[in-house]
Design a protein around this ligand. Sequence first.
Ligand SMILES: C[S@@+](CC[C@H](N)C(=O)[O-])C[C@H]1O[C@@H](n2cnc3c(N)ncnc32)[C@H](O)[C@@H]1O
Length: 402
Amino acid sequence: MGTSDGLSAALADEVRRRVFEEPGFMRLTQVARYGGRVSRLSFRPVELKTGRALQMETGDAGRIIVSNLDDAAAHAAVEEVILQPGARELHVQTATADLHIRVTHKGRELVSRSKPLAREAEEALPHDRVKQQPLTDFDSGPLLKALEIADADGRIKASMRGKYDQVNAFLRILDTTVTGGDEVADDDEIVIADCGCGKAYITFAAYFYLTHARKRSVKVRGIDRNVELITAARRLAADLGVNEEVRFVAGELADSTLDLRPNLTISLHACDTATDEALARAVEWKCPRILCAPCCQHELNKGLAGGGAMKAVLRHGILRERLADLLTDTFRAQLLRILGYRVKIMEFVSHDATAKNLLLRAEYGVAPGQGDAVAEYRALRDLWQAAPWLEKRLGESVSRFL
Ligand SMILES: C[S@@+](CC[C@H](N)C(=O)[O-])C[C@H]1O[C@@H](n2cnc3c(N)ncnc32)[C@H](O)[C@@H]1O
């Protein structure tokens, strides 16, 4: 049971120990709800020029405030959290374990502890977040304000925090994709097609990051069927002085033509089969690299059958939906493998930033029609009696291997 002075003594000690004494402290997060308002507070270690400190980030009433605390201030701030009364959730992450505490309205403490973990040491000892984020590797202030991710004072709006994290996470993977490997040589121009670019957050962020932080020569083309969004994106490109390099096409992904052949196709949360369309266009463009974060997926769900034991899963709407999502992405990955891409599916950003956090990363580089890729694809398709939309869309280019 918690006390009116905060956590019970034993839990308070455990929190202090995990934050200040055990090696590998990564993050302490507290989420409290007052009426309809959510207040977040988090601490993480950072390496500053002056030495190690604890960075505190508070989010309340639409504002994010970040401050770096020296040792005394850090102890005082964590003590304040420990002593805070009222319902809330606390999560302490270290390299070796997670501690979850939920304090109920009645003051009960519900505690869970993870099994011992072995996280990457790097994650446990992060450098200053300011140095870590791609969007802080260059002067991104004007861009973030123009995209309305930051307010007029340059502060990230609380409502846009998830988008900010998503963009940073995407840029990190973009960076390794562009700088690692040899399909796009270091001095080659990077030509990006952003399929289903919407408000063009990634379109502009990719351009500015790669030109300003990486000093690369870059051209980006955004495609979207929403004419209003494309008009606004064009205006933004002009305002930012990049309307030659960053251009937009209003139209369907299926039949839009580009003035350049992309060597990197990206797509972030293009809806349903638009993700498949983005992949199909990348294949048609013979694009050597693809980064694609799928969105909602309904197509496969409609036709998903599968007899015998599978019936038990398909009976439940939510299980069926999740299964359809997983299968859709598996089919996509397999079809790309069949066509000669090496494919990796990863979580590109934390689940807190977006529930749609899977990213499919594909790099061309093996002979198409590999026997194992074909066999795995057919076995899965037959098991679920599925008719993947992308297979039909790719037509002869893939059917000759099946
Ligand atoms: C969820 S939004 C994502 C926008 C942007 N990529 C982002 O992450 O902020 C999906 C976008 O895809 C566009 N879209 C969906 N299907 C499309 C299609 N078949 N052709 C062109 N654009 C499409 C929509 O108009 C919408 O702007």
